[in-house]
Each structure stands twice: as C-alpha cells, then as structure tokens.
Design a protein around this ligand. Structure first.
Ligand code: NI
Length: 189
C-alpha cells in the first residue's frame, strides 16, 4: 500500500545502504496478470523464503510504501510485509486469514501497483488477521485505521484484488477506464 503524498514518508530510520545480498525488485503495475491471480500458500519455510522476505521489505522501503504483497513483485505466493509506522518496523505475515473486521473508516488509499492514483475508500476500521512468519511461527495482528487498512489491502492482493475493487460502482467504472487508457499508453501517467 502507498501513503498519500502529504503523509510523512517512510524510511527515514532506514539506511540507504543495503547489504549486497538484498535486492529491490521491480513492482508490477496494473494490467499485469499476476496482480489478478490468487496466490498460492507458502509450504516451505527455508532460506529462499527468508531471502525473498528480505527483498520484499527492501523493495517496500525503497518504493516507499507501507505494505507489499508478493504478487506485486511477480511472485504468486501468500506473502505480505508491512510497516504501519507504529515504531515496530517491518513485519511479515504469510498465509494470512482475515479473521475479523468491524467499524468503518474512510481513507485516501493508494497502491504501489497503481502508481499516481489515490481514491477515498471506505473499509472497516478494525481488522484482525492471523498467519505465520517467515519461520512458520503463528502470528496475529490487530489493527485500527492505518494498520487495519494495510492488513485488508495486502490480503486483498493475495486474492487477486486491487483497491479499485473496493470503489463504488460508478467511481470504479471511471477508474478502470482511466487505468486501461494508461496501460495502453493513451494518456500520460
Ligand atoms: Ni497495493
């Protein structure tokens, strides 16, 4: 997920010098079929997964974003990383299930895969999600407002849903037309 431009940018505490084993991946954008694909669960928790998670965190901070799902770097697996700026740093949620949502919260939401666009989207304010970390240990996250939003947004990515799916019918129609034209190179992005 992406913060609106007026929001404080992430990554100030994060060194600009990355260890050489980490890599920033290219972020797939609207129109790439991987973003519409339901991601497969992670079954093997090994060094390859650990490296991928490190790369995802690096890619998220470099963007900069507050959340990233593996399909956004072309990997159709149920892996998300996020940093909702609460001081806890980057967190990892693999094979997540959204257990509970409640309330209502309106927020200008953006997505690294739909660059340059923000829409005011109403979603539940509170979210509780469970899954495992990169070692396969159970984790659970409970969040209001920004964290609640990030959890819902990133889990949506794993089901092949982009934020435009959460717009009301009329706004979605206009948004999809604009995005199609952009993808075809008919308008400047
Ligand atoms: Ni996104």
């Amino acid at each position: 997920m992406f913060l609106e431009p007026s929001a404080p940018l992430l990554g100030t505490k994060h060194s600009v010098f990355s260890p050489p084993q980490m890599a920033v991946h290219r972020i797939r954008t609207y129109g790439d079929p991987v973003l519409r694909t339901v991601a497969a669960p992670v079954e093997i928790f090994d060094d390859v997964l650990n490296r991928l998670v490190d790369d995802m965190i690096e890619t998220m901070y470099a963007a900069p974003g507050v959340g990233l799902a593996a399909p956004q770097i072309g990997i159709s697996r149920q892996i998300t990383v996020f940093d909702s700026q609460d001081g806890d740093g980057a967190r990892v949620l693999i094979n997540p299930v959204l257990l509970e949502t409640s309330g209502e919260f309106s927020y200008d939401e953006g997505c690294l895969s739909v660059p340059g666009h923000y829409w005011t989207i109403v979603r539940p304010a509170f979210a509780r999600a469970a899954g495992v970390d990169q070692q396969g240990r159970p984790v659970e996250y409970v969040g209001q407002e920004l964290l609640g939003r990030v959890l819902q947004h990133e889990i949506d990515h794993l089901h092949g849903n982009l934020l435009v799916e959460r717009l009301d019918r009329k706004t979605r129609k206009l948004a999809l037309k604009e995005l199609r034209e952009e993808a075809l190179g008919l308008t400047e992005t």
